[in-house]
Ligand binder design. Structure first.
Ligand code: GCU
Length: 682
């Protein structure tokens, strides 16, 4: 129905016809296992098929000779075992699966080596059915490319969500854990169906009450969440307060080299694992944006993370340590300190000092999830250290789920980026999947975009970012278009005009958003604190290290080695050369790396100032067209869904004009250079 709650798991009924007849054969599920995850898989498969076909399949232990979908781990179900030979079995990894159709016996087998594999196989089959694929000739093996496919909730225990744009937390209210476990279960379904296998359930900024999640007062409730996620193959992690020994432990220090502190964490780990035996581990934001950390005790981040890693090690737990560490009390007059350099400068020299159950989590860019940033040079720069990448699904700087911004194309660019870390063939995706350096742990993390709004993400079309993140974490080779199309068909059904229209809208949305906001990679022209809406100088004289240096002659940050902050030198070989030189620097990042006059001519042939005017006028027009495109779909989908998106797109179109006029006016006044086309500037 029209609220969007079912998201991509709505499973539209298919009309009578050839496809219906092909699917309808499989109205029986055979399975012999009964453990938690397999039971989840059975119920998901039954539920999905029931809604696609209109009647619930029968579930039976055996089914030789009758049409069926047979599911099981290898060695447990005769049909599965008969279907898959040794070659296939050995090709299926711990979380992978094989699916094969046997047309003659009218049977589809899903085999795996674990319950999670079966669940992923079931969701895969349902995805095929709900996108109208042929299923009687299947023969495939799938394994996730990344080991950790994690979601970070930035939920606070008072029910608010840091950078949340879709309502309140589904996990907490009033400093307690929610009683509405059904909604948490429905979230687990969404996550597992897209391939997610790990979640941290509280904000990385851990304050008084959140620190107490590690205590007996809260652990039994945390264990309830863990049980729900476990049944969907998802491991639970907690963000912890580095100063916990002080805050909840009654110690007088949190010094990582102090024996009493180490002992305290060992005891804490034992307590947590007693409550949650398969607990994933800790996520840590330390010495960052006023959060406590090892620097207080003159220790470094290897000391800090290793102490925690040692405590978790006996239980197989891991420490995910964030690299978002920079000086957030900078003086804007100081032009030598460069926030973009910070993560690399802090961590690079610690390479080799981290225990093997520590993973460094690095944001995709050096600043903070702007609409356009270069790729973080820290990723791949630490050969002897586990690393994972952090994306932001929640649209903090990309329109806050009031503007449409499909982020998968942005993430694809990051993942495909060639770092030259070990010569050619050292793309970001090969670093974070662990294959380049043979890391023990690696993968993806991303900040969730959900809340308790009926449709989960505020903007219905922002569901595509959550779905797409999971799919990309499973396989970074998937195309942004392909992921979008899957999502559209599952969410709205298969009307071709509708699919093409929404696909086009999603695929151009990042470029549209970029065009009417901050130009040429400079970023940050937003209102301080909440970060919504234009404010060119909002951060220009602040302490956050986020400047554009616009004056009457030009704009941009000189980050070259030759005359600037030297940030460009954190890149290797050809990347360094490309960014260091104003001639070869790509247009879209020009102002990130260089300070240039307004009359500087881009590769596109336009001057910087004319580029600003043109993109802002065009961007606002294109936002207007998004609205018109959506309007053309009236009547081809549920009215409620149509309406909610229409109202967001109307708001976006209006707000894009505000962006256009503020940015254009600001630069016209600064530069005194008129628009060549004489359009209205205020
Ligand atoms: C950004 C964001 C903060 C967040 C921080 C982080 O700065 O605005 O709200 O806490 O990132 O990633 O830790």
């Amino acid at each position: 129905s029209g609220d969007g709650y079912q998201a991509w798991l709505g499973f539209h009924r298919i009309a009578p016809g050839e496809l219906y007849d092909q699917y309808a054969v499989y109205n029986r599920i055979t399975v012999t296992e009964k453990d938690d995850i397999v039971r989840t898989a059975i119920s998901e498969l039954s539920r999905g098929i029931a809604s696609i076909l209109g009647n619930e399949p029968e579930v039976a232990e055996s089914g030789v000779g009758v049409p069926c979908i047979a599911i099981g781990t290898f060695g447990s179900n005769p049909i599965v075992d008969r279907t898959f030979g040794n070659d296939t079995r050995s090709a299926v990894g711990p979380e992978g699966f094989a699916i094969k159709s046997d047309k003659d016996n009218r049977c589809i087998a899903i085999g795996a080596s674990s319950g999670s594999g079966i669940l992923y196989g079931v969701f895969h089959l349902l995805r095929l059915m709900s996108t109208g694929a042929t299923i009687d000739k299947l023969d495939l093996v799938e394994n996730p490319v990344n080991m950790l496919r994690m979601i970070n909730q930035w939920d606070n225990i008072d029910g608010s969500i840091e950078r949340g744009y879709a309502g309140k937390s589904i996990f907490y209210a009033n400093n307690r854990i929610t009683g509405d476990l059904e909604r948490v279960r429905d979230y687990a379904r969404l996550l597992a169906s897209s391939g997610i296998n790990a979640i941290s359930i509280n904000n990385v900024n851990v304050h008084k009450y959140e620190s107490m999640l590690l205590t007996q007062e809260y652990l039994p409730d945390v264990a309830k969440f863990a049980a729900i996620f476990r049944s969907y193959g998802i491991k639970l992690f907690l963000s912890i307060n580095y100063a916990s020994p002080l805050e909840i432990g009654g110690l007088s220090t949190a010094d990582p080299l102090d024996p009493a502190v180490r002992e305290w964490w060992r005891g804490k780990a034992a307590e947590v694992y007693a409550a949650i035996p398969d607990f994933g581990g800790f996520l840590v934001k330390a010495d960052s944006e006023n959060r406590p950390g090892p620097f207080t005790y003159d220790r470094d981040h290897a000391d800090g993370s290793n102490m925690l890693a040692e405590a978790l090690k006996p239980y197989g737990g891991i420490v995910i340590w964030r690299c978002f560490v920079y000086n957030c009390k900078q003086d804007w007059r100081d032009r030598t300190t460069d926030r973009a350099r910070a993560a690399y400068d802090h961590f690079k020299l610690l390479d080799g000092r981290f225990m093997d159950n520590v993973i460094l989590q690095v944001k995709n860019g050096p600043m903070d999830f702007q609409v356009r940033e270069p790729v973080s040079p820290l990723i791949g720069a630490m050969e002897a250290t586990n690393q994972m990448i952090e994306f932001q699904i929640t649209q903090e700087y990309t329109g806050q789920q009031r503007h449409l911004c499909y982020l998968i194309p942005q993430w694809k660019e990051v993942l495909d980026f060639e770092t030259y870390a070990k010569g050619e063939g050292s793309s970001i995706k090969r670093i974070v999947d662990g294959s380049l350096y043979g890391n023990r742990f690696s993968g993806f993390a991303a900040v969730s975009n959900i809340g308790n709004d009926a449709n989960w993400t505020g903007h219905l079309l922002a569901q595509a970012n959550l779905y797409g993140y999971g799919r990309l974490a499973w396989n970074p080779e998937l195309a942004a278009e392909g992921i979008a199309e899957e999502w559209i068909r599952q969410t709205f059904g298969g009307n071709e005009k509708l699919v093409r229209t929404i696909l086009g809208m999603l695929m151009e949305s990042w470029s549209i958003y970029e065009s009417y906001t901050a130009p040429l990679g400079v970023g940050w022209m937003v209102n301080p604190d909440h970060h919504y809406g234009p404010n060119v100088d909002g951060y220009e004289y602040s302490k956050w290290g986020t400047y554009h240096f616009a004056d009457c002659y030009g704009i941009g940050v000189d980050r070259t080695q030759a005359s600037g902050t030297g940030y460009a030198a954190q890149y290797r070989g050809a990347n360094y050369d490309r960014y260091e030189s104003v001639e070869s620097c790509p247009d879209e990042l020009l102002l990130f790396f260089h300070h240039v006059p307004y009359a500087h001519v881009l590769h596109s042939g336009k001057t910087v100032i004319q580029h600003i005017y043109d993109t802002h006028f065009e961007g606002a027009e294109r936002a207007e067209q998004l609205k018109a495109k959506w309007d053309s779909l009236t009547g081809s989908m549920d009215e409620g869904l149509h309406k909610q998106v229409a109202s967001r797109l109307a708001e976006q179109a209006e707000h894009a004009k505000e962006w256009r006029d503020m940015i254009n006016t600001y630069f016209y006044r600064k530069s005194g250079i008129a628009d060549q086309l004489g359009r209205k500037i205020y």
